[in-house]
Design a protein around this ligand. Structure first.
Ligand code: CA
Length: 226
C-alpha cells in the first residue's frame, strides 16, 4: 500500500454513513415515502444514490420502473414525505469509531472539516455538539453552500477553498460511490469506508486510494498510514 498521510494537512469527512449511522434511517424513510406514491425503493437503490439530490433519485426510480415522468410538484410532495418520515425517526447514532478517527486526525495535526450533501438542519447542528472540539461550522460545507451537489466536485472544491488548502494536502473519508466520485473529481485522495450493503467493488470502481469496512478499522490502522 503506497498511500500515506504524511504530507496531508486536512481531513474532509462526509457526514451520513461516516460520522453518523444514519443511512438505515434514510433508507427506511425513502422506501416508506416512495411506497406511499406507488414506487418501490430498495435499500440498494437508496445507497446507490446516496449523496444525490432527492429529485434525481425520484426521477431515476420512476424511469427504471417504466412510469410516466413525475412533475416537480409531485417530486416536492414525495421528498417532503420522506423528510417527514426521517424527522419522526429516532435520532441517528454516532458512527462507531468515527470519534476515534477524529481524535487520531487531530493528534496528527490535521485540520478537521465536514463536507456533506445534507440539508437536514438538525444533524448539521448536532455534529458540532457531538464532535465538539473537532468540528466547527466555519469549516463545514452543506447542501446550503453549493448549487451543484455530489457527484459533482463542487462541494469538495469549496471545502478546499474554505480550508485554505490544496487538493494534494487533503484526504477525504467517504462511504458512498457518488461521494467518492465527487472527491476524486476534485483531485483529492479518498479513503472509502464501506459502512453499507453495497459490494466493495462499487466503491472501489470510483477510484479511492484504499478501502476500510468500518470507521473503527480506520481508527485502528491510522498510525500505519504514516
Ligand atoms: Ca455519505
Amino acid at each position: 500500500m503506497s498511500f500515506s498521510l504524511t504530507n496531508k494537512r486536512a481531513v474532509l469527512f462526509d457526514m451520513d454513513g461516516v460520522l453518523y449511522d444514519s443511512m438505515p434511517l434514510h433508507s427506511k424513510a425513502w422506501s416508506m415515502a416512495m411506497a406511499d406514491f406507488g414506487f418501490k425503493m430498495s435499500p440498494t437503490d437508496v445507497y446507490q444514490h446516496e449523496g444525490c439530490t432527492g429529485a434525481y433519485t425520484i426521477n431515476w426510480v420512476c424511469e427504471r420502473d417504466g412510469k410516466d415522468a413525475v412533475s416537480d410538484e409531485e417530486i416536492g410532495r414525495i421528498y417532503g414525505r420522506k423528510t417527514q418520515y426521517f424527522m419522526a425517526m429516532p435520532p441517528a447514532q454516532m458512527m462507531p469509531g468515527a470519534y476515534e478517527v477524529m481524535q487520531k486526525a487531530k493528534a496528527s495535526g490535521l485540520q478537521i472539516q465536514v463536507v456533506t450533501g445534507s440539508g437536514q438542519g438538525g444533524l448539521i447542528d448536532r455534529v458540532q455538539h457531538d464532535y465538539q472540539g473537532f468540528v466547527t461550522r466555519r469549516l463545514m460545507i452543506t447542501a446550503f453552500d453549493v448549487k451543484r451537489g455530489k457527484p459533482y466536485p463542487d462541494p469538495y472544491l469549496k471545502g478546499l477553498e474554505i480550508g485554505g488548502i490544496s487538493a494534494s494536502e487533503a484526504v477525504v473519508i467517504e462511504n458512498a460511490p457518488l461521494g467518492i466520485r465527487s472527491s476524486v473529481a476534485a483531485g483529492i485522495d479518498t479513503i472509502a469506508v464501506n459502512t453499507g450493503p453495497l459490494p466493495d467493488s462499487m466503491l472501489l470502481g470510483e477510484g479511492p486510494v484504499m478501502l476500510c469496512h468500518s470507521m473503527s478499522e480506520l481508527a485502528d490502522m491510522w498510525d500505519t498510514l504514516y
